[in-house]
Write a protein that binds this ligand. Structure first.
Ligand SMILES: NC(=O)c1ccc[n+]([C@@H]2O[C@H](COP(=O)([O-])OP(=O)(O)OC[C@H]3O[C@@H](n4cnc5c(N)ncnc54)[C@H](O)[C@@H]3O)[C@@H](O)[C@H]2O)c1
Length: 249
């Protein structure tokens, strides 16, 4: 990945941080995008300390103008955007559908769908003009390929991410742009823990549905993301790859 320019949204924590570190370790220059300045700085600091190249960009993925400015500034500074990881996301409230608030539904859809939509819309014309094309990986979830009880908005948003992934892969394959998604089960990150910590009984029920009988680690998702957007993967596009210990097999 030497010489490649990669953008990771939500790179200030969890899966995004692990992905930013993995990309940098493989030689990419990483733009760590996050709402959380402190988290982004921490990721960036770890990369720089390791001898890698990174910078932070503080923007909300639901801010359309902010996202367009981000993409333009990265191209102006580095000349290309080779990799985009649409990872920023939120879980929303935990309640059954009839009690689920409209506000939380809107917020989840805004960040998890509109955020991915804005980032893809802004980067696709840039990648299309590049001879080398580009690679996009969208972070969906097992909630994007099946039910997620008490997380209806989250499930709707992650299904939508797969719809955007498949459609972009179809539309932009001819421009050598590959677009894939990963679908993790519960991963041990601040978001994952906020779910795990809710209820011991639920933890055991969910673990029992995972053939490998454990939750995942952020680095395990990061490795799959890096493979999907790396040159060694040159012909896989439009896929939603479960990273789930066999849960959806
Ligand atoms: N942890 C899990 O169990 C799990 C499982 C499946 C999928 N996912 C998905 O993986 C992705 C990363 O999750 P995580 O577990 O690392 O979560 P996390 O909460 O640890 O990290 C998410 C990061 O995204 C940032 N972010 C949130 N909203 C943003 C916005 N509007 N603009 C910019 N940045 C924003 C946060 O500040 C945070 O740094 C999410 O899309 C999530 O839905 C997580």
């Amino acid at each position: 990945m030497k010489g490649k320019i990669a953008i990771v949204t939500g790179g200030g924590s969890g899966i995004g941080r692990a992905t930013a570190l993995e990309l940098a370790q493989k030689g990419a220059t990483v733009v760590v995008v996050d709402l959380d300045e402190y988290g982004a700085d921490k990721t960036c600091g770890a990369i720089l300390q390791d001898g890698g190249e990174a910078l932070t960009y503080n923007v909300d993925v639901t801010d359309k103008k902010g996202i367009i400015d981000l993409m333009n500034e990265v191209v102006k500074k580095f000349g290309s955007i080779d990799i985009l990881i649409n990872n920023a996301g939120i879980g929303g409230e935990l309640s059954f559908m009839e009690a689920y608030s409209d506000e939380s539904f809107d917020k989840v859809m805004d960040v998890n769908v509109r955020g991915v939509w804005y980032c893809m819309k802004a980067v696709l014309p840039i990648m299309r003009k590049q001879e080398t094309g580009g690679a996009i990986v969208n972070v969906s979830s097992v909630a994007g390929i099946g039910a997620a009880p008490r997380m209806s908005a989250y499930a709707a948003s992650k299904h939508a991410v797969i719809g955007l992934t498949r459609t972009a892969a179809n539309e932009y394959g001819k421009h050598n742009i590959r677009v894939n998604a990963v679908c993790p089960t519960v991963i041990d990150t601040p978001m994952g823990r906020s779910y795990i910590d809710q209820d011991d009984a639920i933890v055991e029920i969910v673990k029992a549905t995972i053939p490998m009988k454990r939750f995942g680690e952020a680095f395990e998702v990061a490795k799959t993301i890096c493979w999907l957007c790396g040159d060694e993967n040159s012909f896989v596009t439009g896929q939603a790859i479960a990273v789930d210990g066999g849960m959806k097999a």
